[in-house]
Design a binder for this molecule. Sequence first.
Ligand code: FAD
Length: 393
Amino acid sequence: IFPPAVSDVFRFDDLLSAEERGIRNRTRAFMEKEIAPVIADFWERAEFPHHLIPRLATLGLGGATLTGYGCPGQSMLGAAMGVTEVARVDGSISTFFLVHNSLAVLTIGLLGSEEQKRELLPHMAQLQLIGAWGLTEPSNGSDASALTTTARKVDGGWVLNGRKRWIGNATFADVICIWARNTDTKQVNCFIVRKGAKGLRTEKIQNKISLRCVQNADIYLDNCFVADSARLPGVNSFKDTNKVLAISRIMVAWQPVGLAMGVYDMCARYVRERRQFGAPLGAFQLVQERLSRMLGDVQAMFLMAWRLSVLHEQGKMTHEAASMAKAWTTLRGREVVALGRELLGGNGIVADFLVAKAFCDMEAYYTYEGTYDVNVLVAGRGITSSAAFRAPP
Ligand code: FAD
């Protein structure tokens, strides 16, 4: 079903350690063999392949960069190779991992109590407990800092009230990190809400045309009580979201790289096999121009995401760099999937060929974890020292 990878013309393979290559190879083999043959069907039905979670757990990607508590302590590039190779075959499964690892697990690992980490992380690392992460609200998307979900202190715990929107994995997650405003301090705090909690209701968002296997949900919190022990002690203001988002944004910058690599690999095979006017498509100049542009994009995207990851490991990454990279890889990624979609002609709009699926999935990458606009505004603020997020009065 899936062709061999042919997209490493600049030998970026040499930039990875043996361990990182190991994660890459293991994940690639698994995805090609076990996910590629079945995933288009799940995508069309907008269902998550729950039965595959135990098999996905064997990949050892759960917990990603965290060390201890049963987590594998991967390097940033190692974790990136996991996210990228999963995305190369399927954007939805990559996002399932991203939400679980780079949002939920990371939030608990960086900002949770010792007790919370001990109780949850070993099971989350094995995918026995699945995580979700609720920041966005129906009326507060790009301007997430204006969130209005409330947390009211009562005897022995907190009462949560409000709505969340777009929350990935939330329909079936065991552990949801909910960001809410403390009614006393007016600051943002974060709470672990467990599946089945009284006052918690999730409703799947229907009819998405992107990442159809990801179960995004509207969350309703109606007097939802959580114990004192559910509050993450490391979160004292909205600024603390950035401790998580700064790292997850690196992984989101890698996702389009994987999706684009997969599309390029599909197209490279297709133009050899498909013949028109007595020759393989790859013999025509216009086709070669498209392939060359696609591969140039893929390789440049890889290099920017690679450099971002290395800068993070060296403690030199800035928010501007992370935002610029996320904006840029999704922008170029959009071009790659559009060109790939064209190269397949009519088959480019059929989900079974996986290119059409990637074409649709790239749209969600372009939008979540800060839209393209919001990320270039962060970069623009760095360039000009002038913030342009708010409309002039
Ligand atoms: P809006 O903020 O309403 O933006 C609409 C348009 O206006 C966009 O083009 C935007 O770029 C533009 N815009 C907004 N502000 C400005 C400005 N200042 N200047 C110029 N243009 C501007 N959230 C979670 O908390 N958890 C999740 O797990 C999660 N998963 C997601 C999965 C998917 C598939 C999607 C689509 C979203 C997910 N999100 C999640 C939410 C996501 O982060 C938001 O959709 C995103 O931040 C944009 O918010 P919005 O959709 O409300 O768009």
